[in-house]
Design a protein around this ligand. Sequence first.
Ligand SMILES: C[S@@+](CC[C@H](N)C(=O)[O-])C[C@H]1O[C@@H](n2cnc3c(N)ncnc32)[C@H](O)[C@@H]1O
Length: 186
Amino acid sequence: MTGFGAVGARLYAWFNRHPEANRAVVDVAALRPGDHVLEVGCGPGVGLELAARVVGAERAAAVDPSETFVAMARKRVPGADVRVAGAEDVPFDHATFTAIYTLASMHHWSDRDAGLARLIAVLAPGGRLVLGERLLDKPGHGITPVQIDEVTARLAALGQTGVRTVERRVGRRTLAVIVSERPFQA
Ligand SMILES: C[S@@+](CC[C@H](N)C(=O)[O-])C[C@H]1O[C@@H](n2cnc3c(N)ncnc32)[C@H](O)[C@@H]1O
């Protein structure tokens, strides 16, 4: 369930042209040349463009269930591997990426646990998983402290290490960014 048809995607891209939140999440991901990066729920590709500046478009990939967003992201970052898919069915091989990040998509996933498990499967040993959401008081288009506890517990149960949440101020909003690593040995 994407919630973003062609018109919704174009309106979203128009009203969300500012990269501060994307920059904050990409900064937390601490990308470096040589990383192989996946953005999940890339929308129009603002964060993908920031990542590609660090690792190169040929080492940047993204998925989004909206065909309109995928077309926008491909146009914004030629050479990146952008595919139509959700977090739950990311169509890449196991252990492909050294860094995976997402911003404001997790609350859209139809099955959060399945999405987390799939992302960890395509994360290389030692790779970083970075999940950014707007911090909320009550459930909505973001994440609450209770939901953060659920996600961090799930990540630990899936074997992720160094599970932690950092906060970043973006304008009047607070971003909660849940970071974890896949261990080298399970
Ligand atoms: C609020 S937008 C955020 C877009 C982009 N990350 C940004 O911050 O500009 C939410 C995005 O999540 C995507 N989405 C919806 N369901 C998804 C799923 N199951 N897996 C991954 N992304 C999904 C939407 O298509 C949309 O691009």
